[in-house]
Design a binder for this molecule. Structure first.
Ligand code: GLC
Length: 750
């Protein structure tokens, strides 16, 4: 007993010591920042607010020629605080040596890069990873991205993107966590933990960046750089929660967004950046603009010139100007003219310097560029294993009304058809700035490890012309060369695996679509193959939900394989041959038609939500209103049964929910148990269901488990139009199941 007591005292003492140390280190950093600021000229402080794109690769509209020399001159004069799109031992070291050795104060640069879903080892696109609902897997993915990019000199990633979106026309849904703020918040936090780890000064952790603040996923028509008009209700209940969770999780930076929000460009929004982020939420990191978004205040007709743009943005709380040249060209003059208070410059510079201290860059500016680590960790075999594991968990079995899956390793006479089945590039997805082209394992390559009894036919050429990060893909709409060979192969085969969908560069930034069908001649090919062989396993590879209505009506087996990264073909083969029982669940609704967009499962009962004998109720005359495949949907090779749902109000706005889940099929499998609530009557109408809990469990055949959830104010409350968080007494419904449709239901009174 005495020993236990001693152990408890020792444990609490070490915690106090640790807290004191960490407290001292924060205190210590603040005093270091203050003493450095005192030495800095106004120009040097503004330099910390200035970020240039590297002199090589651009992820936005590249500046006119001749800027490289200007940038170097500014670098030598201590007028550059950060560089993006520069990585690798040589390049990072070259620029860091200039900053440290040739400038007056030797303040190191912070190197930023879009490590969105991996660095050299590419993981599934974030929307795919979100389908795993597996926070450990998602954290592991970000961890690998941090290890590899930090080995190449990167200290800061522009991720996680936590924009909620209900509009599959928007190309950047590929980069996010789908349509639900509760799931999106959990996923954003998992990614931040993976990037930042426990110690930001460690050589394999990097600062993360919650972006794009805020509302980007609700852009008009799903088009980038556009207008966003949402109610305060949607802003506070759907858009902001993942950002608030990121700030609470200690994310070190935010990036603002290109869009206007209710008439004010986010980059110039003091409401967003000062009142909410830095005020209400107490955020102490720094806000970087998106690429030239400060200068783009002019294009938004919000600033008359880039001097006014600089004034608006710095007053609004944008701390760093990414490749915009507005701050470096105008802030000093604005301060001298008394239009901008130098205190704002000091605050912005302080925020940037604090992160650099926390990264350990002052202690050792070269800690992140290390040739040995660069050689050891890029594409490391453990990273490949992790990429394969996360990829297989991201696959969603949408339909399986046949005995086609899982395929036998002895299955003979397999046809593999489709342009994406042999594509080693598209699986790398949209944001893979550091990956080498054509390094993904294709489906054709992946299948071979389990079964070589197949023949491959492309069926149709996907595109004509260039396929690059910044160019528009030109889809083949006319050339049917390959159709005949594919039809003959299908005719003589027992089973057909078709891999169709989008090219890796048909989603992501600047790639909104008005149609969400299979691009080009793929739908025609699918129908022609179906005409000669109905035993089709359709693998859909895309960066967004597609309209799979025809396929759903005709094709017995449909698998959503997204864009799964470097290990794509291996992960898909693991699932097709039953090495891994698919466990993914949709993080975003798959609509029946693009005409339904924007859409979400979080619908409202409306004034006439139920069908009537006359037309006067809320519906379409030409299509169902619900999703083809709803949020949270995903099948398994086994089946799960839910029972014994028990709900117990514990008082003080706490409610315990228990449910029994049984694996009633023949194989072991994983299930994402999802809990939804409905606040029946409230001072603001509430959705008919909202995700407020989930747990991914693993069950052997025949085994059961009781899953317990605890609902607290955090889950039961909501924001009103004033942004006040309310928990209101009254009746609630609870729904628990393997998706957002169906499941066990119960009620409770709060
Ligand atoms: C891009 C993107 C942003 C990215 C930045 C740097 O325009 O909007 O998400 O991090 O520029 O590449």
């Amino acid at each position: 007993m005495l020993w236990k007591k001693i152990k408890r005292i020792l444990a609490s003492a070490s915690l106090v010591l640790l807290a004191a140390q960490s407290f001292a280190s924060n205190d210590d950093i603040d005093s270091k920042v203050d003493s450095l600021l005192e030495k800095m000229t106004l120009a040097e402080k503004i330099g910390q607010m200035n970020q240039y794109n590297g002199f090589w690769d651009a992820t936005g509209p590249a500046p006119e020629e001749g800027f490289a020399k200007l940038k170097y001159d500014h670098l030598r004069s201590g007028l550059v605080g950060s560089v993006l799109n520069v990585s690798g031992y040589e390049r990072v070291r070259e620029l860091q040596e200039v900053a440290v050795n040739e400038t007056r104060l030797g303040i190191p640069l912070i190197f930023g890069l879009d490590v969105i879903h991996g660095h050299k080892t590419i993981f599934p696109i974030p929307l795919a990873e979100s389908a795993s609902w597996d926070m450990d897997a998602i954290e592991r993915s970000a961890r690998v991205g941090a290890v590899e990019s930090a080995a190449q000199g990167i200290n800061w990633t522009f991720a996680p993107m936590v924009d909620i979106s209900e509009d599959a026309r928007w190309g950047r849904v590929a980069e996010g966590a789908g349509e639900d703020p509760y799931l999106g918040a959990h996923i954003g936090v998992a990614r931040i933990k993976g990037f930042q780890g426990e110690d930001l000064a460690a050589v394999d952790t990097i600062a993360a960046c919650a972006k794009h603040f805020a509302g980007y996923g609700f852009a008009e028509g799903g088009r980038d750089y556009n207008r966003v008009d949402v109610s305060p209700y949607t802003l506070h209940n759907t858009i902001l929660p993942p950002f608030k969770a990121a700030a609470e999780a200690g994310v070190k930076t935010f990036m603002n967004s290109f869009n206007t929000l209710n008439g004010i460009p986010a980059t110039g929004s003091a409401f967003l950046q000062r009142e909410i982020l830095k005020g209400k939420w107490g955020f102490e990191g720094f806000v970087v603009s998106d690429w030239a978004s400060i200068r783009e205040l002019i294009a938004h007709s919000y600033a008359e010139d880039d001097k006014q743009a600089a004034e608006i943005a710095v007053k609004a709380g944008s701390d760093m100007d990414m490749e915009g040249y507005a701050y470096i060209n105008h802030l000093e003059q604005l301060v001298k003219e008394g239009k901008v208070d130098e205190a704002l410059i000091n605050d912005a510079a302080r925020r940037v310097l604090r992160v650099k201290f926390e990264l350990g860059l002052f202690e050792d500016p070269y800690r992140y560029s290390n040739q040995e680590r660069e050689q050891e960790w890029l594409n490391h075999k453990t990273h490949m294993a992790a990429a394969r594991d996360v990829a297989k968990r991201s696959i969603v079995l949408l339909k399986n009304e046949s005995s086609l899956l899982p395929l036998s390793k002895k299955q003979k006479n397999i046809a593999v058809i489709g342009p994406l089945a042999n594509d080693k590039n598209s699986p790398l997805g949209t944001w893979r700035v550091s990956a080498d082209d054509n390094t993904a394992i294709s489906l054709v390559e992946g299948l071979k490890q389990y079964n070589e009894n197949f023949q491959y036919e492309q069926g149709v050429k996907f595109s004509v012309g260039k396929e690059t990060f910044a160019d528009q893909i030109e889809v083949n709409e006319t050339d049917r060369t390959g159709f005949e060979e594919a039809k003959q192969l299908a005719q003589s085969s027992d089973v057909v695996i078709m891999m169709l969908g989008e090219h890796g560069f048909q989603s992501g930034e600047g790639r909104s679509r008005t149609k969400i069908d299979l691009p080009g001649l793929q739908q025609e090919l699918l129908e022609e193959i179906y005409a000669v062989n109905k035993n089709i396993i359709l693998l859909v590879s895309s960066g967004r939900p597609l309209d799979l209505s025809w396929a759903h009506k005709h094709i017995p087996t449909i698998v959503q394989t997204w864009q799964l990264g470097t290990q794509s073909g291996n992960a898909i083969a693991d699932v097709l041959f039953g090495e891994y029982n698919p466990s993914g669940k949709l993080p975003m609704s798959f609509p029946r038609s693009v005409g339904q967009l924007p859409t979400t499962y979080r619908l409202f009962s409306t004034g006439r939500g139920t069908p009537k004998p006359v037309v006067f109720w809320s519906h379409y005359i030409d299509e169902e209103s619900d999703a083809l495949y709803p949020f949270g949907h995903g099948l398994s090779y086994t089946t799960f049964e839910y029972s014994k749902l028990k709900v117990k109000a514990l008082g003080e706005n706490r409610v315990q929910v228990k449910v029994n889940v049984k694996n009633t099929g023949k194989s072991a499998g994983e299930e994402v148990v999802q809990l939804y609530i409905r606040d029946r009557f409230a001072s603001t109408v509430r959705p008919v269901k909202e995700l407020k809990g989930f747990e991914k469990i693993s069950l052997a055949s025949g085994k059961s488990k009781t899953v317990t959830f605890m609902l607290t104010e955090k889950e039961l409350g909501f924001y009103n139009a004033k942004g006040e968080f309310l928990v209101e007494k009254g009746a609630f419904d609870v729904m628990v199941g393997g998706g957002s449709v169906g499941g066990e239901t119960a009620q409770f009174e709060l």
